[in-house]
Design a protein around this ligand. Structure first.
Ligand code: COA
Length: 185
């Protein structure tokens, strides 16, 4: 799947804004994350099930500090990029429903760490797979060749999804987790 039709636009900072229809017919706005998204991120954290929260953070998080929210939203698109999905204004108050990011490794610039969360009521609608594809495309456009992640050993859905992105190796690293390495170059 090629979501980013205008690849020339990705020479510096990827910028995406597109309405998409999910499998059940609901619509969401998929767009690059911006500094104004702090409140959406803070609020959507409170909607997560215990399992989704644990799979994303490998612990149980109930809030973010102001400096963490600044780090999560003030992105340069070259070393740190994130795509988010929100509900549409015409459907009521805007809610954050998903966010996915990659962060370039400081010691090896061809490697980036990825992470994703889709809020529970929007899972199984194809959004996670789509956003992982966008992560891979944007990362590749910035010279990244390998995406790495840390996954709980019982996170079978994420293991299956990341394997669809590219050849993936899973290495147990203790504490009930695997490191995943996915070649996207
Ligand atoms: C992992 C996650 C992002 C997936 O998002 P999603 O929007 O539900 O994903 P999709 O709807 O695109 O796809 C889900 C796929 O997983 C598959 N799946 C579901 N349960 C599965 C399981 N137990 N084993 C293997 N595959 C499974 C489904 O068949 C589906 O594939 P399909 O597209 O071929 O139907 C979401 O579940 C999530 O946010 N989980 C919590 C956070 C997390 O685990 N993050 C990853 C680590 S940072």
């Amino acid at each position: 799947m090629t979501f980013l039709r205008d690849k020339s636009a990705l020479q510096s900072t990827p910028n995406i804004s597109e309405k998409i229809t999910l499998r059940d017919g609901r619509q969401v706005l998929l767009r690059s994350v911006q500094p104004k998204d702090r409140d959406l991120i803070r609020e959507s954290l409170t909607t997560l099930s215990i399992e989704s929260n644990r799979h994303r953070f490998l612990s149980y998080r109930t809030n973010f500090s102001d400096s963490e929210l600044k780090y999560l939203t003030e992105l340069d698109g070259k070393n740190h990029y994130a795509i988010g999905a929100t509900t549409l204004p015409e459907d009521g108050p805007i809610c954050g429903v998903a966010i996915a990011r990659w962060i370039r490794n400081t010691s090896d610039p061809k490697i980036a760490e990825w992470a994703i969360i889709v809020t529970d009521s929007f899972q199984q609608q194809g959004l996670g797979g789509l956003m992982l594809n966008i992560l891979a495309e944007t990362a590749r456009s910035q010279g990244i060749e390998k995406m790495v992640g840390t996954l709980a050993t019982d996170n079978f859905k994420s293991q299956a999804l990341i394997e669809k992105i590219g050849k993936t190796k899973f290495t147990p690293i203790g504490g009930g987790t695997f490191e995943s390495e996915t070649w996207i170059g």
